[in-house]
Design a protein around this ligand. Structure first.
Ligand SMILES: NC(=O)c1ccc[n+]([C@@H]2O[C@H](COP(=O)([O-])OP(=O)(O)OC[C@H]3O[C@@H](n4cnc5c(N)ncnc54)[C@H](O)[C@@H]3O)[C@@H](O)[C@H]2O)c1
Length: 316
């Protein structure tokens, strides 16, 4: 083939375990819409759902999408450059993502068990399933995969803060840069001293902070109370696909991701959401931003909560 007809990117193999579910299918759809190609394998305990999405998404490809989509099995994980885990127990009415821990760690154990059959697997494990910080902690503690190649998806908290601050400040959410770190849950820490609009640092007033924080902290409870049986599939599918692209091809943007800390922020052996840079091979750098005393205390509270849950799993 002449060089000028070649694709600029080599296709990336992405296996989505849970690909028959909401976030998994949305991730596949968003990957197929990207310019750079991804060969996506959908793996699910409900094969009829995986086949249904495959039959549907093939016509997304036929409309000019890059890459490919097919149904796969756990035997595909060893050949994947990126394994996305969205597989989960059915969503229920609850007040904390922690209620899913026992069921979902069993599912993650199946995934890591399949990867253990491929020693020195060079890929990246991207965990979306909740409670994400505890599951990332467990995965690094119970597998041979190095910590830089296991990351948890936690962008949604920061996206919600951007939406809420945008509303308060009267600007579109995409113009706001604002971060939540710590636990993906009630112990999340909002970095309100580091808010930017169009890249320019701004000071957020007390009442605007309070209103934005109320809205963000209440978001999960309001959504779960709908008892819709679904999670934030559109946001997460778009966000996970962008994160897969950053992992596959590298970018210089800081990303929030749950990673096991080894002394960063004074925390050891627990995964929390922190700013990172991503690229082939996983987490290329963990950025230690200067925190206020309150933010630092919040991060420690989050570490204690995630550490205690992970400890109970190890003891079980
Ligand atoms: N980290 C985040 O920000 C974030 C955002 C949204 C959702 N989530 C989490 O992602 C998970 C998935 O959410 P969803 O809305 O897609 O749920 P869903 O119920 O629509 O999909 C879950 C899928 O997993 C499949 N599954 C269950 N056990 C399996 C197994 N052992 N092997 C293969 N597949 C299996 C189910 O059949 C189902 O299709 C949940 O834990 C949810 O809380 C996390």
């Amino acid at each position: 083939m002449p060089d000028d007809l070649r694709e600029p990117y080599t296709s990336t193999q992405v296996a989505i375990v849970g690909g028959g579910g909401g976030v998994g299918a949305s991730t596949a759809f968003n990957l197929l819409l990207r310019d750079e190609p991804y060969d996506v394998a959908l793996i699910d305990r409900r094969p009829e759902m995986a086949v249904s999405h495959e039959m549907d998404l093939q016509q997304v490809v036929a409309q000019g999408a890059s890459g490919s989509v097919r149904v796969g099995g756990l035997e595909d994980l060893a050949g994947a450059g990126i394994v996305v885990v969205t597989a989960a127990a059915p969503l229920t009415l609850n007040t904390s993502r922690m209620v899913y821990l026992d069921d979902n760690v069993r599912i993650l154990r199946e995934v890591t068990g399949a990867l253990a059959a491929a020693p020195d697997w060079p890929g990246v494990l991207l965990v979306v399933t909740n409670p994400v910080d505890v599951l990332v902690t467990w995965a690094v503690g119970h597998t041979e995969i190095p910590r830089e190649r296991v990351a948890g998806y936690t962008l949604n908290d920061s996206l919600r803060l951007r939406t809420a601050l945008g509303e308060e400040l009267g600007v579109a959410g995409h113009r706001v840069d604002a971060w939540m770190i710590g636990e993906h849950g009630d112990a999340a820490v909002a970095l309100l001293e580091r808010v930017r609009v169009d890249g320019v640092p701004i000071s957020v007033g007390a009442s605007q902070r309070a209103a934005a924080l109320d809205w963000v902290r209440d978001w999960y409870a309001r959504h779960v109370a709908l008892d819709s049986g679904r999670s934030s599939t559109w946001t997460s599918g778009r966000g996970v696909a962008r994160m897969v692209a950053a992992l596959a091809h590298g970018d210089d943007e800081p990303w929030p991701a749950s990673v096991v800390l080894e002394g960063e922020y004074g925390i050891d052996g627990v995964a929390l959401s922190v700013p990172v840079t991503l690229g082939p091979g996983g987490v290329r750098a963990i950025h230690e931003w200067v925190l206020t005393a309150g933010e630092d205390a919040g991060l420690r509270r989050a570490a204690a909560l995630v550490g205690a849950a992970a400890g109970e799993l190890s003891a079980a």
